[in-house]
Design a protein around this ligand. Sequence first.
Ligand code: ADP
Ligand code: MG
Length: 353
Amino acid sequence: RATASSQAIKPINKGVVHRICAGQVILDLSSAVKELVENSLDAGATSIEICLKEYGEERFQVIDNGCGISPDNYKVVALKHHTSKMTNFTDLQSLTTYGFRGEAISSLCALADVTIETRTKNETIAAHLSFDHSGVLIGERKTARQVGTTVTVTKLFSNLPVRSKEFKRNIRKEYGKLISLLNAYALIAKGVRFVCSNTTAKNAKSVVLKTQGSDSWKDNITTVLGVKIFCCLQPVNIDMPDGCKVDGFVSKPGQGSGRNLGDRQYIFVNSRPVDIPKVNKLVNELYKAANSKQYPIVIMNFSLPTKECDVNVTPDKRKVFLSAETSILLALREGLNQIYSPTSACYTVNNFG
Ligand code: ADP
Ligand code: MG
């Protein structure tokens, strides 16, 4: 093994750098599809269809009815750090879109074969675009399509040998994680219809998720998790200091989901699905006082001023920094204590219509 000091320092080939960095943005199947679904939501879509082939291993496609991509942008859409959502650093403090770094499409290009079909309301005909691994537009032809965008990603990770092997080995697990993430978007994205289907060589197309795109939590929870689960939930609405609040649902004291830790616990910050393990830990701990045998289902959306949270902590944007974390957790504890303390009315009264 050579020691570092004995070698000349040289820049890494640009394409290699791109592939390395792309592998940090697109970690797995669910982070890849997540980026596309978020782009569709950012484009104002009210219908998003996710089509998988062989659980996503062979191909996945996200089809939306959003605003589409205008012809001026065909050449730059897949270039690294090209975005229509942010220009200045200060924009980061007032972001209301899911995306902002212009990394997703370019990263997917680096790790897979990517094509885009798109049309805005200003065109009468759509374009079919193909890109090389550096995100350069290499093919463009006309095609028929409604207004909106379809992104097709084929053979993800085929040029990252280790990841590719892991990906194929764990594909069922990755698929499960993806469905759970899509459930999270279907719960939180009001007025957006989601359909997800999977096609395999053995089985014809099977629809694994289908929602109506309702504006109400109740409809979305009933469609995604089932009416039985909905009836076991208790609404949570807690006002917190500094204009923060949390809305959502948790299991009623005696009616947990009974499965594993973290199962069906959906946490959102300003409607973005995120991981805040401290919240799960707190809810689980308080729930335990009321019900030691089960775990609670948790659906919670924290609404915070955009300048109070930083989602740019990890490349996959799942981790967030909340400047008011301590006071938020404290207020959550107080609010949940009212539901889960043994003297709570929720024990005896079904106060949820
Ligand atoms: P980001 O979302 O951070 O801007 P992406 O690489 O995900 O970066 O997308 C790059 C750009 O491509 C977006 O800023 C947007 O303008 C455009 N785009 C991507 N997907 C879609 C879509 N489904 N509908 C409309 N525009 C899209
Ligand atoms: Mg994006």
